[in-house]
Every structure is written in C-alpha cells, then in structure tokens.
Design a protein around this ligand. Structure first.
Ligand SMILES: [Fe+2]
Length: 344
C-alpha cells in the first residue's frame, strides 16, 4: 500500500492510534484476524493477546502513553505493535494540525480506487439484482428501476452544470467537457421508456425521494467543491464501467437474465446498453484519472473531504436501490405521476 504509507510519512505526530473504522475483527484460539478493504492481517499468541487489550482504546482519542498505562503495558511495546499494524494498513494515527500538501492527485486516485472498490461491494450484492435476475422482481420493481435510473441520469443536467460553474481552474476544462457530453444522456433512457409509455407521461413522472436524495447530494457537493464532487461522481461512474472482461460479462449476464424474465423490457435494456457504450466511447471511465493528473497536490482537508464524499455517495447509492426495491414492491403503479387537484 505505497499510497497510505507515503501519506503517513507526512504526519507530524504518531500518537493517536485509530483502528480503521471499516475493519472487521474475528478471533479464535489465541488468533486475531483483522480485515480491512481487501486485505487481511493475522495476529497470533502474544501479539493477539496485546491487540485484544488495546482494541477498546483505539478510537483515535487516546495517546499511546495513556493507553499503555491503562492496559498496564510498556509504551514501547504498545507502539511497536501499533506501528506494525499501521504498516499493514489496519491502524492509522490521527492527524495533527498540519495543513500542508498530503499527497499528489495521482496518489489520491489510487487511494480512492481502493476504497471505492470496497465500498461498492455492498452495492453489487444488493438484493434487487438477484430479484431481477431470477425473475422474482415484480413488474413495478423492474419498470421502477428503469424510471429511477432515467431520473438519476437525467439529473446530470443539474449537478454537472453546477460543478462546472463552481470549478477550480484545473477542474474547469474537465467538468465543462463532461457536462457537454453527459447532459443529453437522459434522452437515451427516455428513448427506451418511450417504447412502453407516452413521452408526456415520462416527462411528467416523479422520482422517488430516495432518488432525489442521491441527486441532491450530487448537487450539494457540486456547489461546494468541484474535486470532492467528482470524487463522489466517480464512485457512481465506476458502476457503469465495463473495462475488464469479468465486469463486462457480469453486466451482460444481468441484462440477458432481465430480458429472459421480462421480455417487454427488451428495448429498455437496449437503451441501458446504448448509454454504457456512449460513456465508453467518450472515455468517461478515464475522466477522473485525467482530473487527478491535473490538480495541484491535495491538503489533508481536501483528501478527507473528497474521500468522505465518495463514501457518502456509496451510502446514497445504496439508499437509491433500497428505495426502488421497497417502494415498488408495495406500489404497483409505474411511473409515479405528480399530484393535482383531480388526482388527490
Ligand atoms: Fe452518461
């Protein structure tokens, strides 16, 4: 993990150890297994015993000296284990007030990818996918999925324009280009939906509140910080990328199963695939790398902000899928239309 190790070198103090929040810890027979992202650390015997004593204190709020005193251990021994765990990537030391450059844009790119790949795992195992591929999803869930996807893509018109308007000089050309390329992509999905619904109905349809939450979070971040905004957008973009063969096969298998169980979605699926191909032809899978290449070195605050937005985006994406899964399971009418005095 060269990126995290290099980032650690910039820290002024190594005194406030934190067991990374996304770790899971399991233990049996004098052994402790710590997992973080896709890595695993195994401690045995004395190291496992010491870790178990230290574990409740690793919140990033206590200094090593006071932790050692509390657990009745030598500070040097406590520090030695924690520094080993830092090298393994499962413990970090909370930052001091150093606001200088922490890492380059390209170092952030690598760090971002590692984290986003792990955060996206919950998305890829969402129950909605299994319901669609096995034919268990209702007609409303399948069409609701298509409509909410349309509303989400259509909203690029909102946040990408805002992000370009608020961009730093380095981010501006990338975001302006991306906005121009992307703002009509909602029409690709609308074309698919038009094979099943009148255009007027599609244009008047209302997104779920959970879909709006995802769009609103993109809007909010686009107004605030253009780099953090795209760091979050990139997590969403990563779900569209079919760059390597196994990802492409997984997407194709999903669409094949959907066509088989829901033959009326044939043209809709064509529009999903047309959109993925349009993004690929525009090389959108490469957009964030080019942005990271262009930006000046990032401060700790900027790194934290951009990483935090990506993580929050994964949570919003999960909420987006939950919304489709739970709402359309209960309400069979698709699309959702706006209320008026005659409908209510
Ligand atoms: Fe697109």
């Amino acid at each position: 993990m060269p990126t995290t190790t290099r980032a650690a070198e910039f820290r002024t103090s190594k005194d406030l150890p934190l067991l990374r929040r996304t770790t899971t810890v399991a233990g049996t027979n004098g052994q402790v297994v710590i997992r973080h992202l896709n890595e695993e650390v195994v401690l045995e015997n004395e190291a496992a015993h010491l870790f178990n004593k230290l574990r409740p204190e690793l919140s990033g709020a206590s200094a090593i000296a006071s932790i050692a005193e509390k657990v009745a251990e030598r500070p040097a021994r406590v520090r030695a284990l924690l520094e080993q765990l830092e090298k393994a990537g499962v413990v970090s030391f909370q930052a001091g007030g150093n606001e200088g450059a922490l890492m380059s844009g390209m170092e952030f790119y690598e760090l971002h990818r590692r984290h986003c790949n792990a955060w996206l795992e919950d998305i890829y195992v969402h129950p909605l996918w299994e319901k669609i591929t096995t034919g268990k999803a209702t007609r409303a869930q399948v069409l609701g999925f298509a409509f909410e996807k349309y509303h989400y893509i259509e909203a690029a018109f909102e946040h990408m324009g805002t992000a370009a308007a608020n961009a730093t000089p380095e981010m501006m050309p990338h975001l302006a280009r991306h906005f121009i390329e992307e703002y009509t992509h909602g029409d690709i999905y609308r074309k698919g939906l038009r094979t099943l619904f009148p255009d007027d109905v599609i244009l008047r349809s209302q997104p779920l509140p959970s879909t709006r939450a995802l769009v609103n979070y993109l809007n909010e971040t686009a107004q605030r910080n253009s780099f953090a905004y795209y760091s979050g957008n990139e997590l969403l973009q990563m779900t569209e990328n079919t760059g390597d063969q196994s990802a492409a096969d997984a997407v194709n298998d999903f669409y094949d199963a959907m066509r088989k169980h829901y033959p009326y979605t044939d043209k809709l699926i064509d529009s999903f695939i047309a959109h993925t191909r349009a993004d690929q032809a525009l090389e959108h899978q490469d957009a964030f790398r080019l942005m990271c290449k262009s930006v000046p070195p990032l401060t700790r605050r900027e790194v934290n902000d951009a990483l935090n937005v990506a993580r929050n985006m994964a949570e919003h994406l999960l909420l987006f899928l939950d919304g489709i899964d739970t709402f359309y399971a209960k309400f069979a009418t698709v699309p959702r239309l706006p209320c008026d005095p005659l409908s209510e």
